[in-house]
Design a protein around this ligand. Structure first.
Ligand SMILES: C[S@@+](CC[C@H](N)C(=O)[O-])C[C@H]1O[C@@H](n2cnc3c(N)ncnc32)[C@H](O)[C@@H]1O
Length: 259
């Protein structure tokens, strides 16, 4: 299926779901640049939209991240969920490994309140200035967050700072597909996400990435979503990304080679 057909499906899904269109109205009213206010308003209906996002474009990247997490989550591991939102990913991680020590941080008090039932430490704060010492976590995970912050490189630099020398960082985000055809076909979806969720689709130059034998970057949904894994040795900056022009989309969600 092409990205144009995907976008058409998205429009159909939105158009046939009266609840969805009504819900979208709820999010208007917060200035687009006030991310905290946007998510405070979105909190009540966020999980519904998250499901829809996974259905439309996010499932491949999320599945890849969960496969990576399954490999590294160990009993006693100190795990940071950076931009935890309503705690969907945190709950899934606890299902994968119930004995992790979980810390959750988010800018939005309303989103964080929805994660209140998840066992662990809950903090309101910014991923751009994490209130933790260097090397505090074995795993840092951040799903669909860096595209909502003004400085994605700064966020990932913070993730690497608080990472243990043997630790792992994983993040997913919305990415700008390569090529005019894919960019045009996905315009409606990208505008909707940008308007309602303060998210930008990161182009290659603004993608935090470091290419070495211990990292990987995989693209899904025709390049609309990306999953990255890094380790402590990595330092992020704008790089030539793997797979430029021909995004990888492994059929089973488990990345093959993106290079
Ligand atoms: C699209 S939601 C993703 C939530 C969650 N990670 C998930 O997978 O559902 C983006 C989240 O990032 C949070 N966020 C945005 N900017 C942030 C920042 N600078 N520091 C911490 N959280 C931030 C928002 O409040 C929101 O909860």
């Amino acid at each position: 299926m092409t990205v144009v057909e995907d976008a058409a499906l998205a429009i159909t899904a939105a158009g046939t779901d009266d609840g969805l269109l009504a819900d979208a109205e709820l999010f208007r009213g917060a200035p687009d640049d006030d991310v905290e206010a946007v998510y405070d308003l979105a909190a009540d209906r966020y999980d519904h939209f998250r499901e829809l996002w996974l259905h439309l474009a996010g499932a491949g990247a999320e599945k890849a991240m969960l496969a990576d997490l399954r490999d590294v989550l160990r009993p006693g591991a100190k795990v940071l969920d950076a931009g935890c939102g309503t705690g969907v990913l945190a709950r899934t991680m606890l299902e994968l490994e119930p004995d992790i020590e979980l810390t959750m941080i988010d800018l939005s008090a309303a989103m964080l309140a929805k994660a209140g039932d998840v066992p662990g430490e809950h903090l309101q704060g910014s991923v751009l200035e994490l209130p933790f010492p260097d090397g505090a976590f074995d795993v840092v995970v951040s799903s669909w967050v860096i595209e909502t912050v003004p400085d994605p490189m700064g966020a990932v630099t913070e993730y690497l700072r608080v990472l243990d020398p043997d630790g792992h960082v994983f993040y997913t985000f919305c990415s700008l597909p390569h090529g005019w055809f894919s960019q045009t076909g996905s315009a409606w979806l990208r505008n909707t996400v940008g308007r309602d969720f303060a998210g930008t689709f990161l182009d290659d130059e603004s993608t935090p990435w470091h290419d070495c034998g211990r990292s990987h970057l995989h693209r899904f949904s025709h390049g609309l979503t990306t999953e990255v894994a890094l380790q402590k040795c990595c330092s992020v900056g704008a790089r030539v990304l793997p797979g430029a022009g021909w995004p990888s989309q492994p059929p089973d969600g488990r990345p093959g080679s993106a290079a």
